[in-house]
Design a protein around this ligand. Structure first.
Ligand SMILES: Cc1cc2nc3c(=O)[nH]c(=O)nc-3n(C[C@H](O)[C@H](O)[C@H](O)COP(=O)(O)O)c2cc1C
Length: 190
């Protein structure tokens, strides 16, 4: 069982990073092989909507996204972590999602499995926000669900913590890290 964690925050060891690490610890303690990609450390171009992928099912840009496509294809579970930024996912996260247009083309234009094989995959979303408004996570969740649906990854749930702003605030949030740990265990058991 391979679990791929995708860290979408620009802030290292910030709130979503800590939650992601704890979730992956839970998964690893149940025997899963875990790996984390830090989007902010990677270099890839934004989707140019060139539609080259409509013919090949592949993105023509040979950059760090190519490794992400491979890691997504190898994963049984995908855990995406992004804080709310301007009511959506971070720019780093959205840039990766838009580059998955090549996988959308593979599925909807070429009628191929988006990740190249028919493995049963599950996805999980982690987010935090500074504010405590209602429906704060809905725009991000809609984007992430659209990604998972495109990649034939079934949405297995999420952890959402509002009112978390300063770096490390999540540590003071009662039970948050524990919830992440147990979510990681559950994600690889189901
Ligand atoms: C560019 C930017 C935009 C943000 N936009 C929002 C927002 O729209 N709503 C909100 O509640 N918090 C917003 N925040 C606050 C972050 O969601 C919050 O600080 C969070 O704890 C950061 O998580 P991280 O430590 O994982 O990066 C924003 C932060 C930044 C840097």
């Amino acid at each position: 069982m391979k679990v791929l964690g995708i860290a979408g925050s620009p802030r290292r060891n910030g709130n979503t990073d800590l939650l992601l690490a704890e979730l992956l610890k839970g998964a690893a303690d149940r025997g899963a092989e875990v790996e984390t990609i830090i989007l902010n450390d990677l270099k890839f171009i934004l989707c140019q909507h060139c539609d080259a992928c409509h013919k090949t099912g592949k993105c023509k840009y040979d950059d760090d996204m190519q490794a992400i496509y491979r890691k997504l294809a190898a994963a049984d579970r995908v855990v995406l972590a992004s804080p709310v930024q301007f009511m959506g996912v971070t720019a780093q996260t959205k840039a990766m999602i838009d580059r998955c247009q090549a996988l959308w083309a593979r599925k909807y234009v070429l009628n191929l499995p988006p990740l190249g094989n028919k493995r049963w995959r599950k996805g999980f979303f982690i987010s935090v926000s500074a504010q405590k408004k209602a429906d704060l996570f809905q725009p991000s969740l809609a984007t992430v669900k659209a990604l998972f649906a495109t990649l034939d990854i079934s949405y297995a749930g999420g952890l959402f913590f509002p009112g978390v702003d300063e770096k490390g605030d999540i540590i003071k949030h009662p039970g948050a890290l524990k919830q992440a740990y147990f979510a990681g265990q559950k994600l690889v058991e189901d």
